[in-house]
Design a protein. Structure first.
Length: 247
């Protein structure tokens, strides 16, 4: 039935299906995290172009250098970011194989070239620059066809939670806070004694229970300085003076 409908021998139809990359296997899309280390091999299948897409990485193409363009066509969708007056910088590069023309009497030049090194320099909006190196190779119809390679930002490595380190850090923080409180309250108490001896706080009741004593005790207990001063209606200029006198 197949032979009759196509008008072709069955053997020829089978060969056509096996040799066609569009029918034998659908082109796929790959993702590569940046920054990329090493050289990325890109096999370009006859009849199937390959896109290098930097949009996901938030990068724009500055320059492209290929050491051999005899068999591969390279096109950037947009202008290169390094060009003066570039308003639409490219973040996509399209690679295709160049058809070999068989012209009678014309000598083939570099006809055996089947690979090239492509270097692409990019930058992002923060002006960070990266270099990508590709080994472009002429693939075969039976190779896996890759239609696009998406470059994406690498996820930050997960933070390892160390409960012992976390507990030690919290104990150190509490110890430092305790030391700072002791130093601060010591200065306040010393400054208060100096101010009383100089009679610089009129009406201070030495029997205790006055707002200044309660203020210092709250600070010693861990209450923030401004909160304690507001609670007991202590003037901040007086607080600064007590700290200065007690230093």
């Amino acid at each position: 039935m197949l032979r009759k409908s196509l008008g072709l021998p069955l053997v020829l139809v089978s060969t056509f299906l096996a040799g066609s990359p569009s029918l034998a296997s659908q082109p796929i899309v790959r993702e590569v995290s940046t920054p990329m280390n090493g050289v990325l091999v890109v096999n370009i299948i006859p009849g199937v172009g390959v896109n290098l897409n930097f949009e996901g990485a938030g990068e724009y193409i500055q320059t492209m250098i290929a050491d051999n363009r005899s068999f591969v066509g390279i096109k950037a969708e947009g202008c290169l970011a390094a060009q003066e007056g570039c308003q639409d910088p490219a973040n996509l590069v399209h690679l295709t194989l160049i058809d070999k023309l068989q012209l009678p009497g014309v000598i083939k030049v570099n006809s055996i070239a089947t690979q090239s090194v492509l270097t692409i320099r990019t930058r992002d909006r923060a002006n960070n620059r990266r270099t990508y190196i590709f080994s472009l190779r002429q693939g075969r119809p039976r190779d896996v066809a890759i239609a696009q390679i998406n470059f994406i930002k690498a996820a930050p490595p997960p933070r390892y939670y160390d409960p012992i380190a976390a507990r030690n850090a919290e104990e150190l923080r509490q110890k430092e806070n305790s030391i700072r409180l002791k130093i601060l309250t010591s200065k306040l108490f010393k400054g208060l004694k100096v101010a009383i001896d100089r009679n610089e706080i009129p009406g201070y009741d030495r029997r205790g229970g006055n707002p200044i004593d309660r203020f210092i005790l709250d600070v010693h207990g861990g209450m923030p300085l401004l909160t304690a001063a507001s609670k007991h209606r202590i003037d901040l200029n007086l607080v600064s003076k007590l700290i200065l006198l007690g230093s």
